[in-house]
Design a protein. Structure first.
Length: 440
């Protein structure tokens, strides 16, 4: 499979991933409320998913580094499908909580797809390639909410959207199995051009010296004996603890400022997006189908915005920290204006600059992190970015649920305040502030 074809396949993975998720994601808080949960409890269910993503994101990225991207993608689609199918059959709050366990632990298809893109694309190509990937992913969000809106009107209990999402994930797994040919050893060979000395293989085995092919049985026996000697319960437990530590292996000197800024930004974006469906229903009294159309329009605008990120980076002469700072200021302004908007028409129009800001920030954050890390850490770094976002997914549903108990406009004000906090952090933190001043 040549490079261009592989990249196009990854774009399709991104499209199908967000298409599937967006069928039911905007409806999850309402689904919990219908089953008897308060807004705060509904927020706790969302926080359960985010908390599991924190523990699993970086290890899943590392699994794809070790065992291959194909294996990681299959895990990310098959097991979450089971959770969504369970959610499509339950009628209780407890059952809904159980259905979120599998997606929380294993749904990292976008993370692994980005790592696969980083393997294929050069550093110069990455902003444009990530922009197209985000565009294709957002295109899935054009269709998904519209489908979810019609399914919600057909099924007031909102179980049908979850079932359809589970079926879509199974179809994605089938597609990965059919079209992606990568294996762990193929992935290893791409990174190791001189396998004539002892070193650790990516799948946990030992890549031994040139003498092994001539005496394979003896080498295998020796390796197995060494593995048995090195194993102990203590090392096994400590190894697992290191895998679930989301900051394991992270250089804080290189990535610390980006982690803090990403936490602020993702918390702002997710809080706003989590509250948007309820805000539209309470503030403008829209039905499920109208809400689905608005969210689909937002996805269409986000797709166009993502397609333009490559050109925007050229306008900034590849000074991504400066672009990140300006996009953050735009995010703060637009979120505040939407929260104060007196009409539905103005709200819809403001979704365009909001999508430009969010699409730009998603792409630029990942690219800056990758540019500071090593090529052998790409899966871990992309997984780390997703883990930080998952921390926000843990906090934002509960934050939104508590604020919704008072007023459906409060989460919007909180999101704008968080974006402002991210902007202040960017202009004061040493790394990004220095890079921005260097550009001037």
């Amino acid at each position: 499979m040549d490079k261009s074809w592989r990249i196009q396949i990854i774009y399709i993975f991104g499209f199908l991933d967000l298409l599937s998720v967006s069928i039911c994601y905007p409806l999850l808080p309402k689904m919990a409320v219908i089953r008897g949960a308060s807004p705060t409890v509904a927020g706790l269910i969302g926080s359960l998913y985010g908390g599991l993503q924190i523990l699993s994101s970086t290890p899943m990225g590392s699994v794809s580094d070790v065992h291959g991207r194909k294996f990681g993608l299959l895990l990310s689609y098959v097991i979450p499908a089971v959770g969504y199918l369970i959610g499509g059959t339950t009628t209780t709050v407890f059952g809904l909580c159980l259905s979120r366990l599998a997606p929380g632990c294993f749904k990292h298809g976008l993370t692994i797809s980005k790592a696969l893109l980083a393997d294929v694309a050069t550093s110069e190509e990455r902003p444009a390639v990530f922009g197209l990937f985000t565009a294709f992913s957002n295109a899935g969000f054009i269709v998904g909410p519209l489908i979810g809106g019609y399914l919600a009107e057909m099924d007031p209990s909102l179980t049908l959207p979850m079932t359809v999402t589970g079926i879509c994930f199974l179809l994605q797994a089938l597609l990965v199995q059919l079209v992606l040919s990568e294996t762990p050893r193929d992935h290893h060979k791409l990174k190791n051009t001189k396998p004539n000395f002892t070193q650790e293989h990516e799948n946990g085995d030992s890549l031994v010296s040139e003498e092994c092919p001539r005496n394979q049985t003896a080498c295998t026996s020796q390796n197995n004996t060494t593995a048995r000697q090195q194993w102990s319960p203590k090392t096994s437990i400590s190894g697992w603890v290191s895998k679930i530590n989301i900051f394991h292996g992270v250089s804080w000197q290189e990535q610390g400022d980006l982690i803090i800024e990403r936490l602020f930004l993702t918390l702002a974006m997710l809080s706003f997006r989590q509250n948007l469906p309820q805000f539209l229903q309470e503030h403008f009294n829209v039905d499920y189908i109208t809400m689905g159309k608005i969210l689909s329009f937002n996805g269409a605008v986000a797709t166009i915005a993502a397609l333009s990120v490559g050109r925007v980076t050229k306008l900034y002469n590849q000074c991504l920290p400066l672009l990140m700072t300006h996009a953050t200021l735009l995010l703060f302004t637009v979120v505040l204006l939407i929260t104060l908007s007196p009409s539905l028409t103005l709200t819809i129009l403001l979704l365009a600059p909001l999508s430009l800001a969010t699409s730009t920030l998603r792409i630029v954050q990942v690219d800056i992190a990758l540019s500071r890390g090593k090529t052998t850490e790409r899966g871990m770094l992309v997984g780390l970015q997703n883990a930080v976002a998952s921390l926000s997914r843990t906090v934002s549903p509960l934050l939104v649920g508590v604020l919704q108990e008072v007023n459906y406009e409060l989460p919007g004000f909180a999101a704008s305040g968080l974006a402002l906090g991210a902007f202040v952090t960017m202009v004061t933190m040493p790394s990004l502030a220095k890079q921005t001043s260097d550009f001037h």
